[in-house]
Design a binder for this molecule. Structure first.
Ligand code: HEM
Length: 421
């Protein structure tokens, strides 16, 4: 297990490979999306962000309805946010809203199967391979459940791919030019085929690509937000600064909407640098992916002379790195968004010291999308409510591949009167 930026830079700059092979279409993600759809400032990306933010805003209303219907009751914020990001990433991937955030918080078979599949496949990392392989051979226990869950996920994805292809071929069927990942891949393929390119995405490829994307973007932003809301509750001075920033940005608008009608525009979210710093700071202390690992493609030697034989896995401890005094200084355990500013300007940290989104050629493809999504939710809720954490609950991380709160986060929402005039 390492926590050294120099070694991490060495690992992530191509020497090591991702493990396990085939979980994500990593190379293809880079090639097809990398700096295009999700990360550039071109018009397509702006349009994607415009649609994504208005969809997030719609979800904000649903969250608000939940809040109203549970007034005077506590609500598990983590569960609500997990449902929100699942719906949201499915819209981004497939253009389909599974409806997990419905008012009665319904059980959606596809979402449940997705969750089960993730949990049961984690088992394969925890036991020697011969154990789970034997269970798979006899189709028993966790392997049997995994098989069933995977089947539900695949059936849903297959139907979605088929329907989307059919809709794209029927003029007038879709009310706007769709921006979701699946539609873009299908269109990209059609354009290339018309140029006699050899590029050909099978339905299986399209399906697996979208499933991998949902897997990567599903819980990461929601758990980040739940730790953020808890830290903000514990630091009223930070909350006051965030509110000050949001209201200052709103006051620059030419037309003044009533508070309830405010929908943040992507450009306004870009200006929320203190909020961005507070989110980055929260992720430093509670990274959504707390431990990551890569595997040596061949016998290798680290810059300090340490030998790594072919096939060996190197784990790096993102959680520990976020708290190292050697990187962050004596106050490394404190929640201080101010540390992200240099000469009054927001300054990103060196990627290999802050590996929360991975780094270099493996930097998270959804990073910008995630910040837009998190800022939209945080600003929309904080503007309207004080999120009050119920006293006496135990706040502790759950040790798994994603840093959930073990017991969720019970909160109440107190409507604000003060802002937005
Ligand atoms: C706070 C939110 C997020 C965090 C902390 C985060 C973190 C990460 C990390 C650490 C990796 C590298 C995993 C590895 O290679 O070992 C990664 C990869 C990836 N992430 Fe994110 N992520 C977030 C949100 C998202 C969202 C919202 C999406 C999609 C909409 C997304 C899409 C991806 C994809 C496609 C990859 C694979 C990229 C590649 O391997 O080249 N992420 N993310």
């Amino acid at each position: 297990m390492i926590a050294d930026p120099i070694k991490i830079e060495y690992i992530l700059k191509t020497k090591f490979k991702n493990f396990p092979k085939g979980v994500f279409y990593r190379e293809r993600f880079r090639e097809l999306l990398g700096d295009g759809i999700f990360n550039s400032d071109d018009d397509k990306w702006k349009e994607q962000r415009r649609i994504a933010t208005s969809e997030m805003h719609t979800s904000r209303f649903v969250i608000e309805k939940q809040v109203n219907s549970s007034r005077d009751h506590t609500i598990d914020l983590q569960e609500l946010l997990l449902r929100f990001t699942f719906d949201n990433v499915c819209v981004a991937a497939f253009g389909v809203d599974p409806g997990c955030l419905g008012l009665d918080l319904p059980d959606i078979p596809f979402a449940k199967a997705f969750e089960d599949a993730t949990e049961y496949s984690l088992f394969r990392f925890l036991v020697p391979a011969f154990i789970w392989k034997t269970m798979r051979l006899f189709n028993v226990s966790k392997e049997k459940k995994l098989k069933n869950a995977v089947q539900i996920v695949h059936e849903f994805a297959e139907t979605t791919v088929k329907n989307r292809k059919a809709d794209l071929n029927k003029p007038g069927k879709l009310d706007r030019d769709p921006c979701d990942l699946l539609s873009r891949l299908i269109k990209m393929q059609e354009n290339q085929l018309s140029k006699n390119s050899t590029q050909n995405f099978t339905d299986k490829f399209l399906k697996d690509f979208c499933i991998s994307f949902i897997l990567a973007g599903r819980d990461t932003s929601s758990v980040a937000l739940v730790w953020f809301f808890w830290l903000v509750h514990e630091h009223p001075n930070v909350e006051a600064k965030i509110l000050h920033e949001i209201t200052a940005i709103l006051s620059q608008r030419e037309t003044k909407d009533g508070l309830n009608d405010v929908v943040f525009q992507a450009e306004e979210l870009d200006k929320m640098v203190y909020l961005q710093a507070a989110l980055s700071e929260s992720l430093r202390l509670y990274p959504s992916v707390p431990i990551d690992f890569k595997q040596a493609k061949e016998d290798d030697v680290f810059p300090d002379g340490m030998k790594i034989p072919k096939g060996h896995r190197v784990l790096y401890h993102v959680y520990a790195m976020g708290r190292l005094k050697s990187i962050w200084g004596e106050d490394s355990s404190e929640f201080k968004p101010e540390r992200w500013f240099k000469d009054g300007e927001y300054a990103s940290e060196n990627q290999f010291r802050y590996v929360v989104f991975n780094a270099g050629p493996r930097l998270c493809v959804g990073k910008k999308f995630a910040y837009t999504q998190m800022k939209m939710v945080a600003a929309s809720i904080l503007l309207r409510y004080k999120v009050k954490v119920v006293k006496g609950q135990v706040i502790t991380p759950k040790v798994t591949t994603t840093l959930y709160m073990k017991h969720g986060l019970s909160v109440t929402f107190e409507p604000r009167q003060l802002v937005g005039k």
